[in-house]
Structure formats: structure tokens, C-alpha cells
Design a protein around this ligand. Structure first.
Ligand SMILES: Cc1ncc(COP(=O)(O)O)c(C=O)c1O
Length: 402
């Protein structure tokens, strides 16, 4: 496996994974170069094959999360699209019945939850943002219980933080939501494909995920699993042709067509399906490797002077998404210096402004983020950690010499 652009070491897997699953490229190429078919549109053999691939993709996703009805998986363009469908769809339905609407999220959540929630405030939807522990970033499930009010219709929270790598106690938060009868939407952008997720064991009602991160699929893919029955309280947010029930001038009510108006990203879905087929065969070893890389990177980072690691310093509370600050370099200077060593990282707020408010990193422009993926090589980890240690030590010498 080579690094992007020949020798560059990719540590921005929290944005999108690289390398992708081995069978992805040839599968996608076939759906671009050789097969013309839009699923559900027509009955010729190629369309039937496209429909079969799409069905298999839903089945593979279902088996990964422990779902029994594959039609409860709505294919979306990314995780944002899935979160918007759940949040806006539920708000739209509740407001139609004239009820007051309140939703709950946390300080560590991504703008793909915060922005839809803030966007609804002008429509009278209220929100509560639950605090997190300032060191680890962990949410206390009791704080979620306390935030739930009589008109709360949704609790929406991430499983893994894209800033601090913190893993949240999802099963416990879900149990509190169950107790109060409030649906629980989990943003698994950073975890599906890295860690085990079981929708029943973790008390999840709605699971939003990208196909292009740890599932090792292509950009432009994602999905939302909806607990059967909840579709009754989620209005579609996109209306239009589905290739089914074309006699109806209104959106079909059957899943998944209720939420899948418009032509599909067939090359992307075929690529995701191929990636899932490959990934499911070796998921246990991929999950174990992610845990080993998390421990290894954490050990190396904790041994570097003059940097501060954001979030948990025990491996079992985190995934391999690391944010840090450096005494003598801004996150942007550090990212530039690392790029000079061909190590690709990301500096800034990572679309999660409240997280930086919590960790005290807002004023310095955020953090430097290094995120490994399932297929990051040992050689890449060694090289990136060495480059970071060298860069930080040189910056310290320069600062002390001034
Ligand atoms: C925690 C979290 N949620 C949601 C998203 C949005 O995912 P997507 O880029 O697939 O829309 C991201 C993206 O980085 C994320 O890290």
C-alpha cells in the first residue's frame, strides 16, 4: 500500500479515509465506464443489477449494525445529509402538529448537528447543549437525563468526537433516552467501521453515518438507519421521483423511497458495497488494529515535550483521532511544518466550535489534528510521530534561543 502522491503520509482520516478498501476503485470504474443504469429507473438487466447491488449494500450495512430490516437504511450523500434528514424531518413533523419542540445535543458535537439545530431556532425550536468533562470530553448520561424536558422530541449526539477522539457512553445515554421515551440519534461519523456498534445493545433509535470514512467507501456516500416505526414521526425533507409509485403525485410512504427522492449515486453506492464486502470479512482484525494504533499513537504523543493532548489520555476512552496544541507553534504553523515532512494533517476548529470552547483552544485557532485510519501503515505512524517530535523540538530550541 503506498501513501497518496507517492510518499505523502495521510493523517486526515477523520475528514475522509485513505487508502480506500482495495476493491473500491475497480468496482466504481465499472459503474462509470461499462454499466449505464439508474436503480429503479427501467427494467433492463443493468437496472436490475444496480437494484441488487443497492439492496446488498443495505443488507451489508444492516449486518454491520445489527439491524434486521435493510429497508430501514436510507442511503444519503454523507453523514450531514443523514443528520439533517433526522433532525429537520422530526422537527417538521412535530411542528405540523403544533407541539412545542425541544432537542438536546452536547458541547462536543459537530456543526452537522449544531447548525440544523440552530437553523430551527428561528422556527421556535428550542435546544439544550449538554456540557462535557473538560479533560476527557465525556458526556455524563445523567446530564442528558437532566436536559430532557416534557417537549423534548430528540437527543442527538456523536459517538466519537472528531476533535478529541473521545468515545461517548452511548449505551448509557441511550438507556436514559429510552427511560424518558425520547428517540436517540447517534452520529457515528467517526466510529462506524472503527468500533463495534449494535443498535439494540446501545439503545440507538437513529444512526447517521458516512460511507467515506471508516467504512472505507467513496466520498458522496452515507446513510441513516431508522428504527422501524419512527418513520411515522420523520417527514421527508426532499421530495421527488423515486422510480416507484409514479402514479402518485405525493411522496410514497414506503421505506426507503419515502426519503430517497432523486437519482442515486450508483458508482458511489457500488463502491461502498464493495468496500463493505471487503471490510465485513476482516472487521475484527480492523477493529483490533485501530485499538492498537490508538494505544501506540497515544504513547508516542505523551512522550513528546511541549505539546498538550486534547481529550482522554487512556486508550479505552478514545479512538485514533488526536488533537493537540504546541507551546511554540500555532496549529497552522505546525500543520505547515509537518507537510514539509510530507505528513498531512489538519489545523483549525474541525467544524466543532463548542468543543474548542470546552477545551480552551478556541482563542488559539483550534488544534492540530492527526487522525489515523484502518489502513494507515506502521511505517506511516512511525514517520508521522518522528516528524512531529522533530518539529516540536526544533521549535522549542528556536523559542528558547530568542
Ligand atoms: C463527528 C462528525 N459528524 C458529522 C460529520 C459530517 O460528515 P460528512 O462529512 O460525511 O457529512 C463529520 C465530518 O467530519 C464528523 O466528524
Amino acid at each position: 500500500m503506498t501513501a497518496p502522491c507517492g510518499h505523502r503520509r495521510y493523517f486526515d482520516n477523520a475528514a475522509t479515509s485513505w487508502p480506500k478498501a482495495p476493491p473500491l476503485a475497480s468496482t466504481m470504474r465499472r459503474w462509470v465506464d461499462l454499466v449505464a443504469a439508474s436503480p429503479g429507473r427501467g427494467a433492463y438487466r443493468e437496472v436490475q443489477e444496480a437494484t441488487e447491488v443497492m439492496d446488498r449494500c443495505r443488507e451489508r450495512l444492516s449486518s454491520l449494525i445489527g439491524a434486521t430490516h435493510s429497508n430501514s437504511i436510507v442511503l444519503t450523500l454523507n453523514c450531514t445529509d443523514a443528520l439533517t434528514l433526522a433532525i429537520d424531518g422530526m422537527a417538521r413533523h412535530a411542528r405540523r402538529s403544533g407541539r412545542p419542540v425541544h432537542m438536546v445535543t452536547s458541547m462536543l458535537d459537530h456543526n452537522s448537528i449544531l447548525r440544523p439545530l440552530h437553523g430551527l431556532e428561528s422556527d421556535g425550536v428550542r435546544m439544550t447543549v449538554v456540557p462535557v468533562d473538560q479533560q476527557t470530553g465525556r458526556i455524563d448520561p445523567d446530564d442528558v437525563s437532566d436536559a430532557i424536558e416534557s417537549d423534548t422530541i430528540l437527543v442527538a449526539m456523536h459517538h466519537g468526537s472528531n476533535v478529541s477522539g473521545t468515545l461517548q457512553p452511548i449505551a448509557e445515554i441511550g438507556a436514559r433516552c429510552r427511560h424518558h421515551g425520547v428517540p436517540f440519534l447517534v452520529d457515528a461519523a467517526q466510529t462506524l467501521g472503527r468500533r463495534h456498534i449494535h443498535i439494540d445493545a446501545m439503545n440507538i433509535d437513529l444512526l447517521a453515518f458516512p460511507g467515506h470514512k471508516s467504512l472505507l467507501g467513496p466520498l458522496g456516500t452515507g446513510g441513516l438507519w431508522i428504527r422501524p416505526g419512527l418513520e411515522d414521526v420523520i417527514d421527508p425533507v426532499r421530495l421527488g421521483g423515486t422510480g416507484s409509485r409514479s402514479d402518485l403525485p405525493v411522496q410514497p410512504t414506503e421505506l426507503p423511497d419515502r426519503y430517497e427522492a432523486g437519482s442515486h449515486n450508483m458508482p458511489g453506492i457500488a463502491g461502498l458495497d464493495a468496500a463493505l464486502g471487503w471490510m465485513l470479512d476482516q472487521r475484527e482484525s480492523l477493529f483490533k488494529r485501530e485499538q492498537r494504533v490508538t494505544e501506540w499513537m497515544l504513547d508516542r504523543l505523551l512522550a513528546i515535550d511541549n505539546i498538550q493532548i486534547i481529550g482522554p489520555t487512556t486508550p479505552d476512552l478514545r479512538c485514533a483521532v488526536f488533537s493537540l496544541t504546541c507551546d511554540h507553534l500555532s496549529p497552522f504553523e505546525l500543520a505547515d511544518a509537518l507537510e514539509a515532512h510530507d505528513v498531512l494533517t489538519r489545523a483549525g476548529l474541525h467544524c466543532a466550535p463548542f468543543a474548542h470552547q470546552t477545551f480552551g483552544t478556541l482563542d488559539r485557532g483550534g488544534t492540530l489534528r492527526l487522525s489515523a485510519g484502518s489502513l494507515t501503515t506502521n511505517d506511516d505512524v512511525e514517520a508521522a510521530m518522528d516528524a512531529l517530535a522533530t518539529t516540536v523540538s526544533q521549535s522549542t530550541k528556536v523559542a528558547l534561543a530568542i
